[in-house]
Design a protein around this ligand. Structure first.
Ligand code: ZN
Length: 272
C-alpha cells in the first residue's frame, strides 16, 4: 500500500508572544498546503468547487491550522460549518502531533437551520472531549472563526489575510492591550516584526493529508458487515469505497480484503 503522505508539502507555522501587549501571533504561508488540497480534489474526482466554496474551504483550512498552532500540541480539532443559503456543510479537521489537516465541502442532503452554525469538537489524549455549537453570521470564514472564538474560547482572536497565501491569527491573553488588539489591521499585523517586540514561542509544521488507509476502511467494514466476503461484497468482485473525511476513494478487491483480514488478525495478536 502506498503512503498517501509521501511527497506532501509541509508548511511551517511560527508563533510569537507580543511583549507589552500580552497577545500571541501565529503566522504561516499556506500556498504549498493549498497546492496539495487542489491535487487531492483532482485525484479523488470530487466535483469542482465554485469560487465562493473554494475561498471558504481554503480559509477554513488556514483558520484551523492557525487555531491548532495557538493551542497545546496534543489537540485534535474538527470543525463543521453549516450554511443555509445555499445549503452547505464545510468540514475541516486536523492535529498538531502528526501535523495533518484535511477538509471538504458537502452540498448534497445538507440539513439546514435558521442560522448558520459552527460546530467544534476537540479531543486530547488525556482529558475530556469538548464540543460546542455557536451561531454565526455572514459567509466569511475568518469572521466565522472570530465569532466562534468570541463565544466558545477563553481568549478572543482575530484572523488576517496577509500577502499571497499568508495568514495570521492574533489571540489576546488576559491583561492584553485590548485597544491595540481592536485596532489591528492586516497592514499592522504584516509589520509586527518592526513595530512590536516579539518573543519567539514555537515552530510547527502542517501538511494536507487525511491519514486514511485501506486497512482502516476494512476494519470499519468488518465491524459493520462481519468477515464473510459474500456479505461484504454482496456478489461483486470489487468495492469502491469513499473516505468520509477526505472523499478519497479506495478500490477493495476480494484478494485485498483477505490480505487485510490477515493483517488485522496480526495486529490483534500483537495487542495481546
Ligand atoms: Zn480520508
Amino acid at each position: 500500500m502506498s503512503d498517501p503522505e509521501d511527497g506532501a508539502n509541509r508548511v511551517e507555522l511560527v508563533s510569537h508572544f507580543v511583549r507589552h501587549k500580552n497577545a500571541m501571533v501565529a503566522r504561516g504561508d499556506f500556498g504549498p498546503l493549498f497546492e496539495d488540497h487542489y491535487l487531492h480534489l483532482m485525484q479523488s474526482g470530487q466535483p469542482r468547487l465554485n469560487p465562493a466554496q473554494d475561498t471558504q474551504l481554503k480559509d477554513a483550512l488556514a483558520g484551523l491550522v492557525l487555531h491548532l498552532m495557538s493551542n497545546p500540541r496534543d489537540f485534535t480539532t474538527a470543525w463543521t460549518l453549516n450554511f443555509n443559503e445555499p445549503p452547505m456543510n464545510l468540514f475541516v479537521t486536523g492535529d498538531s502531533e502528526e501535523g495533518r489537516v484535511v477538509g471538504r465541502v458537502f452540498t448534497k442532503d445538507v440539513k439546514v437551520h435558521p442560522r448558520p452554525l459552527f460546530y467544534s469538537q476537540t479531543s486530547r489524549p488525556r482529558g475530556k472531549d469538548r464540543q460546542s455549537t455557536v451561531e454565526f453570521a455572514g459567509g466569511d470564514l475568518f469572521s466565522a472563526v472570530e465569532q466562534y472564538y468570541a463565544t466558545s474560547e477563553q481568549f478572543p482572536a482575530r484572523l488576517f489575510h496577509l500577502e499571497g497565501d499568508k495568514a495570521a491569527m492574533v489571540t489576546a491573553h488576559p491583561d492584553a492591550d485590548l485597544e491595540w488588539f481592536a485596532q489591528l489591521t492586516a497592514e499592522k499585523v504584516a509589520q509586527l516584526d518592526e513595530s512590536e517586540e516579539l518573543g519567539f514561542l514555537e515552530r510547527r509544521s502542517y501538511h494536507f493529508a487525511c491519514g486514511c488507509r485501506l486497512i482502516t476502511i476494512v476494519r470499519v467494514l468488518v465491524n459493520t458487515f462481519g468477515r464473510d466476503p459474500e456479505k461484504v461484497f454482496a456478489g461483486q468482485d470489487t468495492l469502491q469505497i469513499s473516505c468520509p473525511r477526505c472523499a478519497g476513494t479506495f478500490e477493495l478487491t476480494t484478494t485485498l480484503f483477505a490480505e487485510a483480514l490477515i493483517l488485522l488478525d496480526g495486529a490483534k495478536a500483537d495487542e495481546k
